[in-house]
Ligand binder design. Structure first.
Ligand code: MRU
Length: 355
């Protein structure tokens, strides 16, 4: 990203979030000093994208821990758990949110003494803040690694279609799908990106187009319903998307519309890649059938920037994600390597390699 702009950061015991709802019209930062503000920012998409949601969750929990009442060890632990439960309700599909909560809980327990000598709450608070900050740093490093590995799949002159925003804005920095594109660009390859606008929230138009412009990576914006036509015209060489949750067999939940692209890619024999950190993989779920799909307010479909675009009272259905079966995915690009079918064993091996 351009110098001086960061998606999220921890500064002076506050969480600073770039307000993605306002982009590209305005670059405004939100300063959160209470965990409830971070929680609200995750819900209303001020911060979005699975890895960014994960890091924001960790920072939100650390922020909340700073002011948890510590009259007794029990009260301290109970307050911590209540807060974690609140975050767990924020966005049900993003695996990284739950991964972040699990990691913060582990950190809490490692630093929390239940031996009756009382809890050193200052030590716990400090450890939680350090853990959240480390997770932000790790996320950027992971994306860079993933990008370097994935760019090997991108030939010079490649015309790439992407959906939603899986860039620096969706992570602590560098991005996943856009990280691969960025790495190819940094390696001197000529790449050209087609960005789906991504209705209803327009992450492609508002965020991906903006981010790629900042990086001087050639980008052409199209509406979602144009993608099939471009594939038929042989103007797309590969598709790269991010992921919100990947089941053990490789079935992948990502922004609504991803499945449609994968089916079209198969018909047109175009490689379809998923790029995601291993923290997005959920080995507890054997297939995508069990991935919870978030439904968002109908308002997102009924209005654009506050303007009503459909008759009042019309029924609306607004699932935020869909699931692409693993058989439609050519490879899953992770920080530990490029996973291929059968994904169950390749993902398991990669997870073991980083544990
Ligand atoms: O609803 P959003 O904007 O949070 O959805 C984001 C996506 O679907 C991304 O593609 C996914 O989280 C991967 S981000 C690296």
């Amino acid at each position: 990203m351009s110098a001086g702009i960061s998606t999220l950061s921890w500064r002076n015991n506050a969480v600073i979030l770039l307000d993605q709802k306002l982009l590209p019209a305005e670059e405004r930062f939100l300063t959160c000093t209470h965990y409830e503000e971070v929680l609200a920012a995750i819900r209303d998409l001020t911060v979005r994208g699975a890895p960014a949601i994960g890091v924001a969750t960790a920072m939100g929990i650390a922020l909340g821990a700073l002011t948890l009442p510590d009259d007794s060890p029990e009260a301290f632990q109970k307050g911590f758990e209540t807060m974690c439960n609140a975050f767990a309700q924020a966005r049900p599909t993003a695996r990284n949110l739950f991964w972040a909560i699990e990691r913060m809980k582990r950190c809490f327990l490692e630093n929390y003494s239940v031996d009756g000598s009382g809890t050193d709450s200052a030590k716990v608070r400090q450890a939680l803040v350090a853990e959240a900050r480390q997770m932000a740093e790790e996320d950027v490093a992971i994306n860079k690694r993933l990008g370097r590995l994935g760019q090997a799949l991108i030939p010079d002159g490649c015309r790439i279609l992407t959906h939603c925003n899986a860039g620096a804005l969706a992570t602590a920095g560098y991005g996943t799908a856009l990280g691969v594109i960025r790495a190819a660009h940094e390696a001197g390859k000529q790449v050209q990106v087609f960005a789906d606008e991504t209705r209803p929230v327009l992450q492609g138009a508002r965020l991906t187009a903006w981010e790629l412009q900042q990086e001087n990576i050639p980008v052409t914006l199209i509406t979602d319903n144009m993608a099939g036509f471009l594939m038929k015209q042989r103007r797309i060489d590969c598709i790269i998307v991010g992921a919100d949750r990947i089941a053990a067999n490789g079935d992948t939940a990502n922004k609504i519309g991803t499945y449609t692209l994968a089916v079209l890619a198969k018909v047109h024999s175009i490689p379809f890649y998923v790029a995601a950190p291993l923290s997005t993989v959920d080995m507890q779920l054997s297939s995508g059938e069990d991935i919870p799909i978030e439904e968002r307010p109908g308002e997102e479909i009924l209005t654009i920037r506050g303007m009503q675009i459909a008759p009042a009272g019309v029924n609306v259905y607004n699932p935020a994600f869909d699931v692409t079966p693993c058989s439609y995915i050519s490879a899953i690009i992770t920080e530990a390597g490029i996973a291929e079918q059968p994904y169950e064993s390749s993902l398991k091996e990669f997870l073991l390699s980083i544990s």
